[in-house]
Design a protein around this ligand. Structure first.
Ligand SMILES: Cc1cc2nc3c(=O)[nH]c(=O)nc-3n(C[C@H](O)[C@H](O)[C@H](O)COP(=O)(O)OP(=O)(O)OC[C@H]3O[C@@H](n4cnc5c(N)ncnc54)[C@H](O)[C@@H]3O)c2cc1C
Length: 549
C-alpha cells in the first residue's frame, strides 16, 4: 500500500498511541523544552476509548512525571483500603494471609482508577503544554529513510474498499515524520511487531508471553459496595486447564471492576477463556456480590507477561518502543501502568538530550540503559521467575517458590538465577486429540452473558466497507491445518466472537471473520498456533469505545 503520494509534515518527535506510556513521553518532552514539536496519534475515537486496565495504579510513575498531580485534579479518587487474596475451589475459598507476601505485593498507597479517565486527564495536561494530540488516527505504516532508519508513520488513511483499492471517498492520510518516532502502541503493537522483526530486536531474549484479560464494569447494590477494596483470586474455575486468576476492584459510584486473566500458554485448544470468565462469576463469593447488580460495560485486551527476560532490545535507528510495546508488566502485581509512565519519561529524556546535541534518526541507547538499570528494571527483575515457575510447576509452586524468590530478590539475590520461558504461547498449543473438550455451562443472562451480547457492551464499531484488518497470511490454514489439528481454537480464544467455522450440511467448512466485533485485544495475533493471523490497524476511530475502563 505504498503506491500513494502523501503530504508529509515534520515534527521533532512523533508518538504513536495515547496510553500512559505515549502521553508520559509527550508531557515530559514539553516539560523539558516547550519549543519542541511533539505530536501524539491515537487510533481510538478519543483518548481513552481503547484503554483497558484493572486498574490498581501504583502512583510512582505519576509522582515522577507530574509531582503535583493531586492539585491538578488527577482522577485518582479511590485509595486502596483493603487487599484480599483467595484461592478458590468450586464452592469454597481459602484466604491467603497478607503477611507472608513480600512488601512489593502490597497495594498500600495505590489507587483504584479508571485508566481511561487517567489518560483523558493526562491528555489535557499534555495539551496545556502544547502537545498536539490527534485521536481517530490509526498509524498504519512505518516510513523508512534511505539509510534504513525509521523516519515516521503514515496516519489517517481512510476509505479503502474491502479489496484494498481506493474507494470514492479515499483519503491517503499523511506521512508524519519525526527526528525520533516513539511507538507506545501497548501490548503486541502492530508497528512495534514490524520493528521488532525488521531489526531483530527480540534476538537473544526470551519470547514474550501474554495473558488475555477480560473485564466488566458492574453497578452493584450500595450495601455491598466497599470503595477501595481489592480482591484477587486464583484456582477455580481454571484448575489445571490454564494459569490465570481474577480481580475485583471496588471504585467510585457503586461500581466494581470484575476481571479475569487467562495465561495464553495453555496447551488444551478446547479452553475457552471467555467462558472461564463467565463461569467464574458463578462462584458463591462473586455471585453474592453481583446479584441484584447490572453489568454496564465489557472489554478485553491482551496483557504482556514475559517480564524482565522477555523485553526485546527497545531501540533501533530513529525509533524506540515504550511501555507494553516492550512488555513492562510486573506479573505478580498485575501492574504495568507505572512502568509505562516511567518508560515514557525515560524515552522523552533520552530524546531530548539527543535533540539538544543535534542528533536524530539514531538509537536512543540512553533510554534502553535507563529502562534496564533504573526503576523499571529493578521492579521487573525482582519478580522475573514467578511466571516461568507458574508455567513449569503450576500454581502452588508459583505461590510458594515464587514468593520465596520474590523475598530473596528483595534482599538482592535469587536461588534460581533467571529462568527462561521456553516456548511462545502459540507454540504451547497442543493438538486437540490430546485433550478432552470442556463442557462450559450456558450463560444465565443475569450473572453470565453470551459473547456477542457482551461485545455490544464494549460499544465496538467498525466501518464495514474497508479491508478486513485481521489478515491471514494463508487463507487456507484455518480450515486445512487449524481445524483438523487444533479444532480451530480461534473460535474460542477470541473474546469478541470474531472467528467462526461455519459448517453447513453437504458443504466444505468455511472460516468466517466478523471483523466488526474486534475489540483490538490482539489475542489472535498472539495465540494462533499456525501464526497465520496478522492484526493490522483498521481505520482510525474504529474499535471499542470504552467508558471509564
Ligand atoms: C485486564 C488487564 C488488567 C490490568 N490491570 C492493571 C492494573 O490493575 N494496574 C496496572 O498498573 N496495570 C494493569 N494492566 C496493564 C496495563 O494495562 C498496561 O501495562 C498499560 O496499559 C501499558 O500502557 P501502554 O501505554 O504501553 O499501552 P496502552 O495502555 O495499551 O495504550 C496504547 C494506546 O496506543 C493506541 N494504539 C495502538 N496502536 C496504535 C496505532 N498503530 N496507531 C494509533 N494508535 C495506536 C491504543 O489505541 C492505545 O490507546 C492490566 C492490563 C489488562 C489487560
Amino acid at each position: 500500500m505504498t503506491d500513494v503520494t502523501r503530504e508529509a509534515m515534520e515534527y521533532d518527535v512523533v508518538i504513536v498511541g495515547a496510553g500512559p506510556a505515549g502521553l508520559s513521553a509527550a508531557i515530559r518532552l514539553k516539560q523539558l523544552d516547550a519549543e519542541l514539536d511533539v505530536m501524539v496519534l491515537e487510533k481510538g475515537s478519543g483518548v481513552g476509548a481503547h484503554i483497558l486496565s484493572g486498574a490498581v495504579l501504583d502512583p510512582c510513575g505519576l509522582d515522577a512525571l507530574i509531582p503535583d498531580w493531586k492539585d491538578r485534579g488527577a482522577p485518582l479518587n479511590t485509595p486502596v483500603t483493603d487487599d484480599n487474596f483467595y484461592l478458590l475451589g468450586e464452592g469454597g475459598k481459602v484466604r491467603v494471609p497478607n503477611w507472608p507476601m513480600p512488601p512489593l505485593m502490597s497495594n498500600h498507597g495505590n489507587y483504584i482508577v479508571s485508566m481511561g479517565n487517567v489518560c483523558r486527564w493526562m491528555a489535557e495536561q499534555a495539551e496545556e503544554l502544547g502537545v498536539e494530540i490527534f485521536p481517530g488516527m490509526s498509524c498504519s505504516e512505518l516510513v523508512y529513510g534511505d539509510d534504513g532508519s525509521v523516519r515516521g508513520v503514515v496516519a489517517g488513511e481512510f476509505g479503502r474498499n474491502p479489496d484494498g483499492t481506493p474507494g470514492p471517498s479515499y483519503e491517503p492520510g499523511m506521512e508524519l515524520l519525526g527526528k525520533y518516532v516513539l511507538l507506545s502502541e501497548g501490548v503486541r503493537g502492530s508497528l512495534a511487531k514490524e520493528v521488532i522483526e525488521k531489526y531483530e530486536l527480540a534476538k537473544g531474549h526470551e519470547p514474550q508471553k501474554y495473558g488475555l484479560g477480560m473485564k466488566e464494569i458492574w453497578e452493584i447494590d450500595p450495601d455491598k459496595h466497599r470503595p477501595g477494596s481489592v480482591t484477587h483470586t486464583m484456582g477455580w474455575p481454571l484448575g489445571k486447564n490454564a494459569g490465570g486468576g481474577s480481580f475485583i476492584y471496588h471504585l467510585e459510584n457503586n461500581q466494581v471492576y470484575v476481571g479475569f486473566v487467562v495465561h495464553l500458554n495453555y496447551t488444551n485448544p478446547h479452553v475457552y477463556p471467555y467462558m472461564e470468565f463467565q463461569r467464574f462469576k458463578h462462584h458463591p463469593m462473586v455471585a453474592e456480590l453481583l446479584q441484584g447488580g447490572k453489568r454496564v460495560a465489557y472489554g478485553a485486551r491482551a496483557i504482556s507477561e514475559g517480564g524482565y527476560q522477555s523485553m526485546p532490545k527497545m531501540v533501533a535507528p530513529g525509533v524506540a518502543l515504550l511501555g507494553c510495546s516492550v512488555g513492562m508488566v510486573n506479573v505478580p502485581r498485575i501492574k504495568g501502568n507505572h512502568n509505562a509512565m516511567l518508560s515514557g519519561k525515560a524515552a522523552a529524556e533520552a530524546a531530548h538530550e539527543a535533540l539538544e546535541a543535534g542528533r536524530g534518526g539514531d538509537e536512543l541507547t540512553a533510554y534502553e540503559d535507563e529502562v534496564r538499570n533504573g526503576a523499571i528494571g529493578k521492579d521487573l527483575r525482582k519478580v522475573r521467575n514467578v511466571k516461568p515457575m507458574w508455567s513449569r510447576w503450576g500454581l502452588t509452586a508459583s505461590l510458594t517458590l515464587g514468593g520465596l524468590d520474590m523475598w530473596t530478590n528483595t534482599l538482592g539475590f535469587s536461588l534460581f538465577g533467571t529462568m527462561g520461558h521456553g516456548k511462545s504461547d502459540a507454540a504451547a498449543t497442543e493438538p486437540a486429540e490430546k485433550h478432552a473438550p470442556i463442557d462450559y455451562p450456558k450463560p444465565d443472562g443475569k450473572l453470565s452473558f453470551d459473547r456477542l451480547t457482551n461485545v455490544s457492551f464494549s460499544m465496538t464499531n467498525h466501518e464495514e466497507n474497508q479491508p478486513v484488518h485481521l489478515t491471514l497470511k494463508d487463507p487456507d490454514v484455518p480450515i486445512s491445518v487449524n481445524l483438523p489439528k487444533y479444532a480451530e481454537p480461534a473460535q474460542r480464544y477470541c473474546p469478541a466472537g470474531v472467528y467462526e467455522v461455519v459448517q453447513e450440511e453437504g458443504k466444505e467448512p468455511k472460516f468466517v471473520i466478523n471483523f466488526q466485533n474486534c475489540v483490538h485485544c490482539k489475542t489472535c495475533d498472539i495465540k494462533d498456533p499456525s501464526q497465520n493471523i496478522n492484526w493490522v490497524t483498521p481505520q482510525g476511530g474504529d474499535g471499542p469505545n470504552y467508558p471509564n475502563m
